[in-house]
Write a protein that binds this ligand. Structure first.
Ligand code: FAD
Length: 396
């Protein structure tokens, strides 16, 4: 079956990826994105081989390789041990083992490559300043109600894919699914020129464990910039989900005036003048994603804590599986149902893995001794083996 007319709500990583996999298979896709222009938060994202393989197969490999970085290794540090506890070489190894690269990339660069491919495809219509309002179901097709540049507009279609993020209107208002809730963790994100980063860390992906907090850093923008994410358990009561934060706030929240952090970690947290503070949200995974010709994809379906670095990767995997299930299905509704059945167990397993990683990363010092000793005894050199079930995944 091919040649359906499908609407995608949301032009983020998931929405643009599914527009490309569907258009590749001959479907006509309209992406409705509420933003006036496509923009991403000023931060990086790790794209592991399970997802990069799909992007490479879509023909995006050369464009992404120009702006991404392949980190030389993963280095794990512990504040309890006051230094490095494990190191795993990366470089070309993921490509040799799983047939696709491990990339770290600026989100704006990833989105720009996806958007350029979508705009260049004759079967994709990318409509900005277009906000989905609701859906009307009629026999044989549905009508999507949207506001485009302030004007009400209806889009008839064979199916709707809600790729509208963790606070998805399609999940909550259209599907009656769970609302997003704050997870009690806040991410502070910043980028700095590569020259500002400690020389010995510039080409690595670094991960720092601390009680109730952790830091991740890696190079982006073809090695010209450096990305830092610092996550802390707290109780944020602000109504907004993403706000600016300054150096003084980071110093206070992460306790930089105490001896808790070794000097190198303190130096990292002191690098950026300005951060963006991001409330990490999730929701109960126990609900139906699909109903008739409406389904969900990416964070709208299965938002996860970012501690396995897989939310974007899962959205890209969803995009590939959704297009493949449409290939042999008698109609859109049965394809969406099959897609949900295929995707749910993996999405749940990754969400659970991310939560488990959080408990390990944030262990209090007493327990952290056993974690650090295990890592030092050699498990560290096999860090990527523990992730093989995620990185080695292939669609069908
Ligand atoms: C700190 C942090 C670090 C992370 N690190 C990684 C990582 O290293 N690797 C990884 O794979 N993932 C990572 N993630 C997760 C990743 O960012 C998300 O999983 C991914 O961005 C989800 O993409 P999406 O397209 O599903 O949703 P989104 O990126 O949220 O896009 C949704 C889009 O829908 C639009 N929209 C919303 N409502 C409407 C509407 N009513 N009408 C029209 N448009 C609408 C929004 O404007 C937006 O553009 C991280 C997340 C965080 C917070």
């Amino acid at each position: 079956m091919s040649g359906h007319s499908l609407i995608v709500a949301g032009g983020g990583i998931g929405g643009l990826a599914v527009a490309l996999t569907l258009a590749r298979d001959g479907h006509r896709v309209t992406v409705l994105e509420q933003a006036h222009e496509l923009a991403e938060v000023g931060a990086g994202i790790q794209i592991s081989p399970n997802a990069s393989r799909i992007l490479v197969d879509l023909g995006l490999g050369p464009a992404l390789a120009r702006v991404a970085v392949t980190p030389s290794d993963i280095r794990v540090f512990s504040t309890r041990a006051a230094g490095e506890v494990a190191r795993t070489p990366l470089g070309s190894r993921p490509e040799e083992r799983w047939g696709a690269p491990f990339w770290v990339i600026h989100r704006a660069d990833l989105l720009a490559v996806l958007a350029a491919a979508a705009r260049a495809h004759p079967l994709v219509d990318l409509v900005l300043d277009a906000r989905l309002r609701g859906v009307g179901a009629e026999p044989g097709h549905i009508t999507i109600h949207a506001t485009v540049a302030g004007e009400a507009r209806d889009f008839p279609a064979d199916g709707l894919i809600g790729a509208d993020g963790v606070r998805s209107r399609v999940r909550i208002a259209v599907r009656g699914g769970p609302p997003a809730r704050y997870t009690g963790r806040t991410a502070y994100r910043a980028t700095v020129p590569i020259e500002a980063a400690p020389e010995e860390l510039r080409r690595s992906t670094g991960l720092w464990f601390a009680p109730h907090a952790h830091i991740v850093h890696y190079p982006i923008r073809a090695g010209r910039e450096w990305n830092i994410v610092a996550i802390v358990e707290d109780a944020w009561h602000d109504e907004s989900w993403s706000v600016a934060a300054d150096r003084a706030e980071v110093a206070r929240v992460f306790g930089l005036s105490t001896t808790r952090w070794p000097p190198l970690a303190r130096r990292l947290l002191d690098l950026p003048d300005q951060w963006t503070k991001w409330a990490l949200c999730g929701f109960d995974t126990d609900f139906e994603w699909s109903s008739g010709a409406v389904t969900l994809l990416g964070d709208a379906a299965h938002a996860t804590l970012p501690f396995a670095a897989q939310g974007g990767g899962m959205a890209i995997e969803d995009a590939e599986v959704l297009a493949r299930t449409l290939r042999g299905a008698p109609n859109v509704a049965s394809a969406f149902h099959a897609y949900e059945t295929l995707r749910k167990p993996r999405a749940r397993a990754i969400v659970d893995q991310a939560a488990k990683n959080g408990r390990i990363y944030h262990m209090p010092d007493g327990l952290a001794f056993f974690r650090d000793t295990t890592l030092k005894l050699g498990v560290g050199s096999r860090l990527t083996d523990r992730m093989a079930w995620i990185y080695g995944w292939k669609a069908g």
